[in-house]
Every structure is written in C-alpha cells, then in structure tokens.
Design a protein around this ligand. Sequence first.
Ligand code: ASP
Length: 358
Amino acid sequence: MGTPVQKPDTDNGNEICDDQRPIALGESFFGNIFPGGHTGSKIVKFATMSKFTIAVHGGAGTISKKSMTPEKEAVYLKALNEAIDAGFRILEKKGDALEAVKAAVIELENNNLFNAGKGSVFTNTGTHEMDASIMYGKDLSAGAVAAVKNIRNPIELAYSVMKKSEHVFLIGTGAEEFAKQNGIAFEADEYFYSEFRYKQWQQVKGSNETALDHNITLDEKKFGTVGAVACDANGNLAAATSTGGMTNKQYGRVGDSPIIGIGTYANNKTCAISCTGHGEPFIKAVAAYDVSCLMEYKGLSLEEAMNIAVMDKLMKIHGEGGMIGVDANGNASLIFNCEGMYRGFCLSDGRREAAIFK
Ligand code: ASP
C-alpha cells in the first residue's frame, strides 16, 4: 500500500495533523526505484489560523545509519537547530520570511558540516563552485547565482542580485564582479578547504562519476546542500537554497539549486519550496514549481502536491532527494524519497523538531 495522501482540510488548515509516515520502498504506491532505500515524510499543520513557521534542510541522500554515532547525530541536530533559531528569531519579532530564510541559510553556509559556502565540495578540477537562490512569495522577486567562487555566503550574493540588480540570475565571473561592486565578502581558497571533502573528491577524481555529497562512503561523513522556507506572521512566504553542488561535477555544471522554479520557489498564493537531491532529475521535473502548480491549478494541499512531486514524479526519473515546503497558513511539509534528509522545523505554537532519518 502506498502513502495515504492527505486530504485537503475542510476548514482551510484548521486541523492538526502531525504524523510521521515512513514507507518501505517496494510498498509505495508510487513505485520503487531505490532498492534498499526508504522514504519518509513529515507533515505539520496548524491547529489555528496561521502564525509563522520556518523549516530548514541540510541535504538528503543515502545517509548511512551505520556511520552515524549518537555524538555525530547530536552535532548535526545542533547545527540544524541553530539555523532554525536564526530564522525563527526574525519571525518572532514579526520580521519578514525573506530575512528569516536568508539568516537560516547563512548559518548553514558558515558551518562546514554542510555542502554549501564554507563546506562546499570539490569540482573535477579541484575548485569550489557554488550555486544559490532566493525567492520572495509576496511579489515573486528572486535572485540567483551559479558557479561562483570564493564567495563567503552565496545566499547573500543571490539576495543582492534580487535587491540591487535588474537581473534575476548571474553566473561565474560576472556574478563575482557584481559581488565586488556590492560589498559581498570573499574568502581565500583555503577557507573552503577541508580534509574530509578533499578525500571525498579523491575517491571519484579522474572518473566521470559525480556524487551527492552524502552518498560518498567515508568513515567521517558530512552532508548536504542547505535550504530554508518560511511563512511569516503576515502570511508572506520565502525560500532559499545554497550548495557546492555534487562532488567531482564538471566545472561549469549548474544543478537545480540556483534555478528559480526548480530548486527554489515561493509564491504567496501557494507555497515556498527548497529542494535537495540529484540536481539533474530535479531540473527535468521542474520540481519546486511543479508543487506550486499542483496546488494552484489542481487545488491540492501542500503535502498532497509535495508527495506527488517527490514520491511519484521524481522517483520515476530516479530523482533521489527531497524537499521542504510551507504554505501561507504556516503548514510545513518535509518529504524525501531516500534514506534520510537533514531537516527541522519550528512553528510559532512551539512545535519543533530536527531529524535526519525517517
Ligand atoms: N541539488 C544539488 C545539486 O545537484 C545537490 C544536493 O542537493 O546535495 O547540485
């Protein structure tokens, strides 16, 4: 049997549903393309009218339970909670969803546990090329950068593109030039170096293989692309995503994360979404915007739409990964079709959770 698809609320979000619904692959109505893997989702709804919500992720993939000690798990959960706090503090003061997602992502970019900013993986030429995007659901304004080097916080740069440029998407040296003109912080190559990621790269270097950060087996594993979604007290939505991409990716390769409508999307009418996973299938699936379309044109709820996108459409094209989403009622959904996703959320009614596995 498959995932019981959540029925839309009869009273527009005024019902609590707080259930964990792991599904063993092979049992899924939506099909099994990752033998031995697992799926999971978390759907959190408000009991009363919308207040505010933030959700974050730190990547998804084949996260090995074997190599995860309680100590390591605690370190990751602490990092996720710090990112939640960074965004939630802003929302609590009636701040804007856009500022909240930026603050949460900066926190994760500065932590080299995650494959974004400081912890970015190596390309096939031994460089670090980072992608990031941010979108505001109130007016659909957006900013994105791809294949940028030496930028301390790529999400800051994406935000600057959104606020100060007439363009939405800048890449490579043009984006770096724009960063210089706008006072964005740069770091030397050493800032982005870590022994762990260097070893990761050595495992696949010289091959045509690219790897999701979290899927490379090493004694010391560090994981993922980062993202945040938020709904503020005014019902405004925002989403932000930042990544170093995939280990050993061809230099110049751009994944889903910086593409508006794919790795990141926000629209007050529907939802805010941030994705993580194997970028190429996510691009083919137009993943984030697909959730919004299913909500807007088919009238589906956030979780129904995300379930279709992650557990059906992406799985059919081997799109391993997951996404986090919020809607304008402050409901949150965190769904993945693989073994684990670093993730967490906090609602203004006090409900809060950070988790890795299903
Ligand atoms: N989506 C990212 C990419 O393909 C990787 C990830 O989410 O870990 O670049």
